[in-house]
Design a protein. Sequence first.
Length: 285
Amino acid sequence: MSSGTQVGSKFDVASLFARKSKTIVMGVINVTPDSFSDGGRYLATSDAVQQALRLEAEGADVIDIGGESSRPGSEPVSEQEELERILPVVEQLTGKLAIPVSIDTWKAPVAAAALAAGCAIVNDITALEGDPEMASVIAEHRAGAILMHKRGTPKEMQLNTEYGNLIEEVDGYLAAAAARAIAAGVAKERIMLDPGIGFGKDVEGNLELVKAVGRFARSGYPILIGASRKGFIGKITGATVENRVAGSVAVAVAAVLYGAVAVRVHDVAATRQAVDIAVRLRLED
């Protein structure tokens, strides 16, 4: 995949990932017809661009753009289709945003094209296991890497949510993922880890992961929690997807209090206010 020429984003991802005094809020935009929460809303490039600008104005620190749904039961899409969905959005946002854009993909060619078009971070739900070229693409572009734990593919990951020891397994998996990235040339300070809320876990497992953020953070890597509007919130509260803002904010606050550096959310304005308070309470403890 290498062109032999190293390139890098204008954004200082390492400094962003190292920030602890203010929680990193990652605003989600899915350029897909079938994502569980906003699927179909931002298929039009102009709609996605306007939403990105809106989320930045609401206080997002990163915009995370995805062109393939990873909801439970979802089917993968082709590399070409994913590129056709995300590239026009990334290209139009270049120069318009004062914050970095992350590409949510596990495919190295998609990541390479997005990084070349202006993205600064790759959010890989397979933690570099889905495509053997991904680590080298991230290293070549000096990009940030968000590495997530999941078990199985999105289509079948919720069929088995039993673990011998969930926290130990996730902790070990994430440590191995970070080691793979570093071995491929990704700088340690550009790596963030995500325990994978909702990816092969049941309600109790998701709650365990949030409460274990401090344990995961002992690795020395910043921890991201992405629980926004997910099914376990609905199972606990009975709320439909569009009515899970309060539950999602509650999980984000808890994650920050336990030590999360970043949260990935759909509802940026509400989350921004809440985590700004939460991080002050955590730091003053």
